[in-house]
Design a protein around this ligand. Structure first.
Ligand SMILES: O=P(O)(O)OC[C@H]1O[C@H](O)[C@H](O)[C@@H](O)[C@@H]1O
Length: 496
């Protein structure tokens, strides 16, 4: 049984007073791991709050749930399977780790064959996939692949043909490798995009487009049935969830374009965060503290959203990636046992890129009536080679925003006054490389898991996405009527 009484009874001391009261506050609320510095000092967490949440974590058996996750036990109870994404980076049940390693070494062989020209010329990589089969690869490429010039990489997710047409502009079909990424190999958008990519290759004079396809999937039989040669199917385990799959062979385009070593470093960075999550006490555990703060704001303070602002252009896709990770994992109204949740589910995740966002949405964050707990993500080493003034301004602004939100400023004119006491946390990477990015993503996964564990949610299913898909299929097949509004829209678009 969840017991939130100690948490709900916490006082509401202002942030500035929390600093004044405890000279050790900064040391207590900062954590360093894997080249990442986490600063939770500008959240309302204090000793009492951490104690109260640690009590809740004990009641909700966080440690046992975490151990079950890493041991490869059935933690995804509604689908009767384990969640073995950590095994992909070597942290898990030895059998799961061995299977992951075997799939990864198969991937390496295919990469070696491509490098040795077995596929003929390859200059372009066209990756089709959606949801977890696109967001992770997209984030990694955008963050780390900007200087990569060996291959042009395009990731197409949307079923809107505009996306595919745009992606293949400038690609030579005869030098394109088509990567079809789908855990299930049944997703409508991906299969349609894959068919169109095949048609584009055929029209471009490629006689056997199947010879230029790699499938990344947990359903290898379906990929073979679709026409991909078995030797070019790179499977991953069914127990790796879609939104947790970038570590598996789904990382193929990254491993091909940036090198297998970079891929291994990404996994090592994540493994380091896994060990930190597994072995550190709650008060010094970055994902655990982050989840405590999430829950304090979403459950006690009634905050409906939380926002991540990447103060680094290379991490501009982080908010979209986090939206799937957090909202698909923890946007649920029932517990893992099927009981009503009885409280708010996860907050809505949103965000953007600094400094752009400051000139667009920060007004509400500083003066609106809603409190949005913020997270700033920044990197000490610049990603550009321009005048260092650019990076200096970027970082100064990130830190100044957090300070301003907390401090506020009085003014006789209410329109010009800032209430302050608005919480934020900061994640400062020493540099952006495969290791630190791996650690950062693994941190978010673990934080999402802790949120779920303390709410009693199963973060590994996503039944909520099915109904809309079913209705789209039914509408496609025709003969079924919907509500008056939907029928009208279908008719107006010539679809009924
Ligand atoms: O990888 P796929 O099987 O094609 O699935 C792609 C995506 O579609 C589904 O609707 C789920 O909501 C996502 O969790 C998943 O990542």
């Amino acid at each position: 049984m969840q017991d939130w009484s100690a948490i709900e009874g916490l006082g509401s001391t202002k942030l500035t007073e929390l600093f004044a009261k405890d000279p050790d506050r900064l040391a207590k609320l900062t954590v360093d791991v894997g080249g990442l510095h986490f600063d939770f000092a500008k959240t309302h967490l204090d000793d009492a709050a951490i104690d109260a949440f640690t009590g809740l974590a004990a009641t909700m058996e966080l440690a046992a749930k975490r151990d079950a996750l890493f041991a490869g036990q059935v933690v995804n109870v509604t689908e009767g399977r384990a969640a073995t994404h950590t095994a992909e980076r070597g942290e898990g049940n030895p059998d799961d780790v061995a299977q992951a390693r075997a799939f990864q070494s198969r991937m390496r062989q295919v990469i070696d064959a491509i490098e040795a020209d077995a596929f003929g010329p390859v200059r372009h990589i066209l990756h089709v996939g959606i949801g977890g089969s696109a967001l992770g690869p997209d984030l990694i490429f955008d963050a780390l692949g900007r200087d990569e010039d060996k291959y042009d990489v395009a990731i197409v997710s949307n079923v809107d043909g505009v996306a595919m047409e745009e992606a293949v502009k400038g690609f030579d079909p005869a030098a394109t490798l088509l990567v079809v990424a789908s855990k299930t190999f049944t997703t409508t958008e991906t299969m349609l995009n894959a068919e169109s990519a095949m048609a584009w290759m055929r029209e471009g004079g490629v006689e056997d487009p199947y010879g230029r396809v790699i499938a990344l999937t947990a359903s290898p039989d379906r990929a073979v049935e679709w026409g991909v040669d078995e030797t070019r199917v790179l499977p991953f385990a069914e127990s790796v969830g879609g939104r947790y799959s970038l570590w598996s062979t789904l990382g193929f385009p990254f491993a091909l374009a940036l090198g297998f070593q970079a891929y291994e470093e990404l996994l090592e960075g994540a493994a380091e965060m896994d060990r930190h999550f597994r072995l550190s006490e709650p008060a010094k555990n970055a994902p655990v503290l982050a989840a405590f703060a999430d829950l304090y704001y979403s459950q006690v303070k009634g905050c409906e959203t939380r926002a991540t602002f990447a103060y680094d252009e290379r991490l501009r896709l982080l908010p979209s990636y986090l939206q799937q990770l957090e909202m698909e994992s923890n946007g649920k109204s029932v517990t893992a046992a099927g009981e009503p949740l009885g409280r708010n589910s996860a907050a809505i995740t949103w965000g953007g890129v600094g400094t752009d966002a400051q000139h667009a949405v920060f007004q509400l964050l500083h003066q609106g009536t809603r409190i949005v707990p913020l997270e700033f993500v920044a990197v000490v080493e610049a990603g550009d080679t321009l005048d260092p003034a650019h990076h200096r301004q970027l970082l100064l602004n990130a830190f100044a925003q957090g300070a301003a939100l907390m401090a506020g400023k009085a003014n006789a004119d209410p329109a010009r006054a800032y209430a302050g006491d608005r919480p934020s946390s900061t994640i400062l990477l020493k540099d952006l490389d495969p290791r630190t990015l791996g650690a950062l993503i693994a941190f978010y996964e673990a934080r999402t898991f802790v949120n779920a564990a303390l709410l009693g949610i199963n973060p590994f299913d996503q039944f909520g996405v099915e109904l809309g898909k079913e209705m789209a299929k039914a509408a496609d097949q025709g003969g079924q009527t919907f509500d008056a509004s939907t029928n009208d829209l279908l008719a107006r678009a010539g679809l009924a």
